[in-house]
Ligand binder design. Structure first.
Ligand code: GNR
Ligand code: NI
Length: 182
């Protein structure tokens, strides 16, 4: 009988690692991520580590920028059971609705801060999956919010930049206190 525990079964899924998440206002969160040239085992390892980091946080999405890797890779899971991982490599918005919608957002790079941001209600996204295959998906609801939030990270933007200067100053103050407490 075949031994399904053989090491070749899942060499990449094994040896996952929790990655450190950068906190606002770290300047590295403002770097613009580069496109992925080849979806290879190095990228699949990054995806596995990012997924583990996202689930353990816990969060519904994570952009590579947040773990100080400046390549265009996003993981998202908006399912209730946390068992529907979606991987977006080199994502592009190919269509967006005129309609906007306001959602209360949070960010693993700005822990404890939640505020309202207006974004496109629906977007159609083209990307590569972890096998390097191209796909397109129309997103609405939390998935639409999340993909736009993550794509902002790849461009070096954090959601608090949409808030008033007064709120941004207050948030930086809170983050300083938090870093001291850690
Ligand atoms: O976990 C997250 N939740 C969330 C809620 C509303 C809007 C966006 C998000 S993304 C966030 C995880 C994160 O920081 N991704 O970059
Ligand atoms: Ni975020």
């Amino acid at each position: 009988m075949a031994d399904f525990r053989a090491p070749q079964c899942a060499p990449i899924i094994r040896n996952m690692a929790l990655l450190k998440i950068l906190h606002y206002p770290d300047k590295r969160l403002n770097k613009v991520a580069k496109p992925v040239a080849v979806v290879d085992d190095r990228i699949r390892k990054l995806v596995a580590d990012m997924a583990e980091t996202m689930y353990s946080a816990p969060g519904v999405g994570l952009a590579a920028t947040q773990v100080d890797v400046h390549e265009r890779v996003i993981v998202i899971d908006v399912s209730d059971a946390h068992d529907e991982l979606q991987v977006f490599i080199n994502p592009e918005i190919v269509w967006e609705s005129d309609a906007l919608k306001e959602w209360e957002e949070g960010c693993l790079s700005v822990p404890g801060i939640y505020d309202f941001v207006e974004r496109q209600e629906k977007v159609r996204v083209k990307a590569l999956n972890e096998k390097g295959e191209s796909f397109e998906i129309e997103c609405e609801g939390l998935l639409a919010v999340c993909i736009q939030h993550e794509m902002d990270h790849l461009e070096g933007h954090v959601f608090v930049e949409y808030l008033s200067q007064l709120k941004q100053t207050r948030i930086r103050g809170k983050m300083k206190k938090l870093e001291k407490a850690l």
